[in-house]
Design a binder for this molecule. Structure first.
Ligand SMILES: Nc1ncnc2c1ncn2[C@@H]1O[C@H](COP(=O)(O)OP(=O)(O)OP(=O)(O)O)[C@@H](O)[C@H]1O
Length: 561
């Protein structure tokens, strides 16, 4: 590793002799005389000269001493006062010496290697790297920086950066002043330029001597995102129009998502909806049970009533009268004319029993009777009524466990569970997040009259990675918040609810963002090519980009089409 300072071993020379071993034939370059921890030195020539002249007093020079375990910096310090430094080992025995000329030449060689590596490294990098010294003056400005910021090196080197950039962009100045590091901060230094900045202090012996800032140009990702946003919003608009026209034909259009899991769930629901039988919908909170229930109900172009009852929200004492209705004078406080129940209101259509797990046990018996006989009586009534409706029940509870615990009737469970559909949670179909996200942005931007033109790529990345315990409802509510908190058409990371940004801080890093965006871009392109039966000209048109751009992207994203 030639670019590092040489080690003591690299520099050690052994061409020496101790005075006690010295004779005239000895060719050693230096002669050492040692007393305890101190060492004196003569060159061989001096020694021979003094001897031949018969000079009694030899003119020994005292030299520096370092142990073989010392660091090279120690030797460098000692050669400042003596030309050579003796290296000892064990109990102070002399192992060899280091002379200043050899040391200087080796250190200079390391410096040359380091300089060559450093220069080649900054010339090779695409991104921008800049360094300021402790006075805030620019000392390094790479070709990447020249290209990204269009400022030639000659213009900026030696100058204060705030002559060239607005103060809020100068993270390296903050870093050099405070020692604070930054990671993945996004900036928009020019209207047509987006960069991601990292910065760190340069520290020598606990002193900040400068700061390095590395900037990556993410303009193309951001623009691509905006292009996609615009394209998706146009597509969404068209889809809404089409689905309005088609809504009488296909009620499942409302259920968005193109993951295999959601497609299979829709397919199963479609098949079940054709049977007219009762259906049980299972799934975590917010997965879309009600939206599925409505789609099943409307599947046959039904204009019949869809009546929803939240079993968890009706007080147990009112349940029976709410459910079956009552005759006039059935109980005190009742409507004098009597009232039809939910079963009757749903006549000919669908009764949606949400949160069926919360149905009181006595009502479970009565519901079972309706399911079996299709007949019931109003409270206080004697006329038998026929239940002419499909029942769709839904719950996010584990009914089987409730049966085992005696909280839900086994016979009712089996009756309801004949046709059941489990709607998968969003974390198992993350491919759907992007589509739902665009749908909700579009919906809320219309509702609140806010045009969204830009979404911070970090926001996308965080939304795609989060596990969504509250499923689609939580995603929808989050998007509503983001649209409401958007400023100048921009959704930024600060608008995210705290729990999302917290969950993301451990996940987020540059590469994952790129991967997510690339994957999304890839999916959109493949989808467009498939829809256009492989016709690239048409696919490019559909994506709103030129044919040449499409070919570039196919190459860059490794798409074989
Ligand atoms: N696949 C989907 N496409 C579009 N919107 C969806 C989808 N799934 C759910 N939503 C929306 O998410 C929200 C929650 O859905 P829904 O009320 O149907 O969930 P749920 O499972 O019935 O919830 P809960 O268990 O709390 O009753 C609704 O606004 C719904 O329109």
């Amino acid at each position: 590793m030639k670019h590092h300072l040489p080690s003591i071993e690299d520099l050690l020379q052994t061409n020496f002799s101790l005075l006690s071993d010295m004779d005239d034939k000895n060719e050693a370059a230096y002669i050492f005389k040692q007393h305890q921890s101190e060492v004196w030195m003569l060159t061989r020539n001096e020694y021979m000269h003094y001897k031949s002249e018969n000079i009694k007093e030899l003119y020994w020079k005292r030299v520096g001493v370092s142990n073989e375990k010392a660091v090279i910096q120690d030797v460098i310090q000692k050669v400042q006062t003596s030309d050579i430094v003796v290296i000892t080992f064990g109990e102070g025995k002399i192992k060899g010496y280091i002379d200043s000329a050899a040391l200087l030449s080796k250190v200079f060689e390391s410096y040359q290697y380091l300089e060559a590596y450093f220069q080649t490294m900054i010339d090779t990098m695409d991104g921008s790297v800049s360094i300021v010294d402790e006075a805030g003056k620019t000392v390094v400005w790479t070709p990447g920086a020249e290209r990204i910021f269009s400022i030639p090196k000659e213009e900026i080197i030696g100058k204060d950066m705030d002559q060239f950039f607005p103060k809020e962009m100068l993270l390296n100045k903050v870093t050099v002043e405070t020692g604070q590091s930054f990671r993945n901060r996004q900036h928009n230094p020019r209207e047509d330029l987006f960069v991601m900045i990292n910065s760190r202090p340069v520290i020598i012996k606990d002193r900040i001597v400068g700061a390095v800032a590395a900037e990556t140009d993410i303009t193309s990702q951001v623009l691509m995102n905006q292009e996609l946003m615009n394209a998706s919003s146009k597509i969404r608009q068209l889809q809404q129009e089409v689905s309005r026209l088609q809504s009488s034909r296909d009620s499942f259009q409302q259920i968005k998502g193109s993951s295999q899991l959601i497609k299979e769930t829709v397919l199963l629901s479609r098949r079940m909806s054709e049977t007219n039988a009762n259906i049980l919908l299972l799934g975590e909170t917010g997965v879309g049970k009600e939206i599925f229930a409505k789609a099943i109900h409307h599947c046959q172009g039904s204009t019949t009533p869809f009546v929803a009852v939240n079993c968890g929200a009706i007080s147990p004492s009112l349940f029976e009268s709410e459910f079956f209705g009552y005759e006039k004078g059935a109980f005190s406080g009742a409507n004098a004319k009597g009232k039809e129940g939910k079963l009757e209101s749903a006549n000919g259509g669908t009764l949606f029993l949400d949160e069926i797990g919360d149905l009181p046990l006595d009502m479970q018996v009565k519901l079972l009777r309706v399911l079996q006989d299709k007949t019931y009586y109003r409270v206080g009534g004697t006329k038998q009524l026929i239940a002419h409706c499909r029942i769709i029940a839904a719950t996010n509870k584990d009914l089987e466990a409730m049966v085992e615990a005696g909280a839900f009737r086994e016979d009712l469970y089996y009756r309801l569970n004949i046709l059941s559909i489990t709607i998968p949670p969003l974390r198992e179909r993350k491919e759907d997040i992007m589509e739902l996200l665009h749908l909700f942005i579009y919906e809320f931007s219309l509702l609140y009259h806010r045009t969204i033109e830009y979404i911070d790529p970090q926001v996308f990345s965080i939304l795609l990675k989060y596990d969504w315990p509250g499923n689609v409802r939580e995603l929808r509510n989050t998007i509503e918040r983001l649209v409401l908190l958007s400023r100048d058409g921009k959704i930024t990371i600060e608008a995210l609810p705290q729990k999302l940004s917290k969950a993301a801080s451990s996940l987020y890093h540059d590469e994952s963002l790129k991967e997510d965006l690339n994957q999304h871009e890839k999916n959109k392109i493949i989808e467009a090519i498939q829809t256009e039966n492989g016709n690239k000209q048409e696919a490019a048109k559909k994506l709103g980009i030129s044919r040449a751009t499409l070919y570039n992207k196919l190459k860059k994203l490794n798409i074989n089409h």
